[in-house]
Design a protein around this ligand. Structure first.
Ligand SMILES: *Cc1c(COP(=O)(O)O)cnc(C)c1O
Length: 424
């Protein structure tokens, strides 16, 4: 190992604290952290010159690949003007364009307003607060609960965490957040009594597929039926497309597959193509109108709201979708992806779940839950593929620009890794 790498690892072990990480295991001498230094397309390189496929798009963010010439150019060009200006009291050209562009993906008179923030968690935080404040302004202050799904994941700020259903992450802080009613299926939603329904401001869902819940797709048609129920009951629908947005499920947004539009739409991860942290919460004119007036303003925002570099690269990301017909290309890519991922079914694999360019490959569990998943991903890393399991489910979610022969390489590495781990 080079001296430089050793130095970085030692600084990390001494001073850094990683997210969702048992730091005891991380800093253990037996664990060699990868120090990633470079990327190109679907590939990443570590500080020792080893090359890897980015099998989970750098935690679900990257869309068109790393070091993309068009995204880089958009950023350099904007850097020559200005990196950041405050959105509090000032507009900026790129945020104006981006807001219009985002709304243009939806039928007119549906989602017409965009509130920018920094990441998926804040995109949800914004939607939740708007939903509550809207009810207060409509004279329904008691309508302050959120209807949420078991094992849902919506981010980590206290508000977003309180609507999360993954108990190992959120139980500790549950009592500090928003009041929630937790259900596990559409049937349970339909079965709620009128007394329960009138306390609910909004229902929050990850459309088509729950990500952190080991990549579990919802039954087909469920989103559409949920929308109908919301309309009948006067409940708002908050769609969390932080993971599913920007082509990941095969369409630009997952909700389009069931021709559903939410009252709120939360976007982040892929918005900038995986380049910079940035988020957007889209909502309707009806909701927006209720916030007009000094005493009704939405008192919320962050220092880097509508960051100009973020907006520039988000616009470039969206331009690539149209210039390179990403979604058209994706039809063939996604069918090769489904074929290759399904081919992993066999000894050691319990189930393969697929939605567009997202796959969850669930392994037969060993005695310790999650141990198999970790072992297979550690072996895959040695074979040149990076991804992170959720318990015993391998997450495969490469950048959309992956080519068919590269998908074959991914499945070949995973097959070898699974074989090796179950043989041990
Ligand atoms: C990642 C994720 C979030 C949180 O986004 P951050 O950018 O990590 O705050 C919210 N919802 C879903 C569905 C996600 O996958």
């Amino acid at each position: 190992m080079t001296e430089e790498t050793q130095e970085w690892i030692s600084q990390d072990r001494t001073h850094c604290w990683h997210p969702f990480t048992d730091q005891a295991a991380w800093t253990d001498e037996a664990h060699e952290p990868l120090v990633l230094v470079r990327g190109e397309g679907i590939y990443l390189w570590d500080s020792e010159g080893r090359k890897y496929i980015d099998g989970n798009s750098s935690i679900w963010t990257n869309i068109h690949g790393h070091n993309h010439p068009k995204l880089n150019a958009a950023l350099s060009e904007q850097l020559g003007r200005v990196a950041h200006t405050s959105y509090l009291g000032y507009a900026n050209p790129l945020a104006s364009e981006l807001a219009e562009r985002l709304c243009s993906y939806f039928p007119s008179k549906t989602l017409e307003r965009v509130f920018f923030s920094d990441d998926g968690s804040t995109a949800l935080e914004v939607a939740l607060r708007m939903a509550i404040q809207f009810r207060q302004q409509q004279g329904e202050p008691d309508r302050c609960r959120f209807l949420v799904f078991t094992n849902g994941y919506h981010g980590d700020t206290l508000g977003a965490a309180s609507i999360g259903g993954v108990s190992r992450f959120f139980e500790r802080f549950r009592q500090f957040g928003f009041p929630v009613t937790i259900v596990s299926s559409l049937e349970e939603v339909l079965g709620l009594s009128q007394e329960e329904v009138v306390e609910i401001a909004a229902v929050v869902i990850e459309p088509l597929i729950q990500g952190v819940n080991e990549m579990r797709p919802w039954p087909e048609g469920m989103l559409n039926q949920l929308r109908d129920w919301c309309d009948q009951m006067g409940v708002h629908l908050i769609l969390d497309e932080v993971m599913t947005g920007f082509g990941r499920t095969g369409t630009m947004f997952a909700c389009q597959q069931e021709e559903v539009v939410g009252d709120f739409l939360c976007l982040a991860k892929g918005l900038t193509g995986g380049y910079l942290p940035m988020a957007a919460t889209l909502t309707t004119d009806e909701i927006y109108q209720s916030f007009l007036g000094a005493e009704k303003a939405f008192y919320y925002g962050h220092s880097y709201t509508a960051n100009q570099l973020g907006c520039a690269v988000a616009l470039a990301n969206l331009r690539i979708f149209s210039e390179e017909e990403t979604l058209v290309q994706l039809v063939d890519t996604a069918s090769a992806f489904a074929k290759e991922m399904n081919s992993l079914l066999g000894p050691g694999v319990k189930e393969v779940r697929i939605c567009g360019m997202i796959a969850g490959v669930e392994l037969e569990p060993s005695e310790e839950k999650g141990a198999r998943g970790r072992a297979v991903c550690a072996t895959a890393r040695e074979l040149g593929l990076l991804t992170r399991p959720i318990l015993d489910t391998l997450v495969v979610m490469p950048p959309l620009c992956i080519e068919v022969r590269e998908i074959e390489e991914v499945s070949s590495i995973l097959r070898r890794a699974i074989e090796k781990v179950i043989a041990d």
